[in-house]
Design a binder for this molecule. Structure first.
Ligand SMILES: [Zn+2]
Length: 128
C-alpha cells in the first residue's frame, strides 16, 4: 500500500466558535470549549514565512544527523485560517517566495530501522 495520492491533514474545528487548529485538539484554544470535531484541511495554502534548516535540529529529531541535508521549513496559511508548520520539499531559497501557492504532498523522510521508508508530510511549491 502506497500513500494516498491526495493526502490531507486532519485538524479540528471548534463547534462553538469555529476556530480551526492543527494538529487537532480536544479543546478549543480560543474559547476553551471541549466540543471540537475533526476536519480535513485544505491541501493548498499560501506560504506565510519560511527558512532553511541548515543544521540538524535537537532531539527528538528522528532524521539522519550524520548525513544531514539542509531542508526548507515554513508556515503554510490554509484557507481555514490556520497556519501549519511543515517541512518544504525544496531547500532552494530561489524557489521560495512568501505568499506563493503551496500544496501538501507526502515524501520519504528517513529510512526506518526495518528499512521501510518513513513518510512525512511536506508542502511543495505549486508550479505554474
Ligand atoms: Zn472555540
Amino acid at each position: 500500500m502506497g500513500p494516498p495520492d491526495a493526502p490531507q491533514l486532519v485538524g479540528s474545528r471548534c463547534t462553538r466558535c469555529r476556530e480551526v487548529t492543527f494538529p487537532k485538539q480536544s479543546s478549543c484554544p480560543a474559547c476553551t470549549s471541549d466540543s471540537t470535531e475533526e476536519v480535513l484541511l485544505a491541501r493548498r495554502g499560501k506560504l506565510w514565512t519560511w527558512t532553511i534548516q541548515r543544521f540538524p535540529p535537537p532531539p527528538p529529531f528522528i532524521g539522519d544527523t550524520e548525513h544531514f541535508e539542509p531542508y526548507g521549513v515554513g508556515y503554510i496559511e490554509l484557507p481555514e485560517g490556520v497556519r501549519v508548520e511543515s517541512r518544504l520539499t525544496t531547500a532552494d531559497p530561489e524557489a521560495l517566495e512568501i505568499g506563493m501557492e503551496m500544496e501538501l504532498v507526502l515524501e520519504k523522510f528517513v529510512d526506518g530501522p526495518d528499512g521501510e521508508a518513513r513518510m512525512s508530510f511536506a508542502f511543495a511549491p505549486v508550479r505554474g
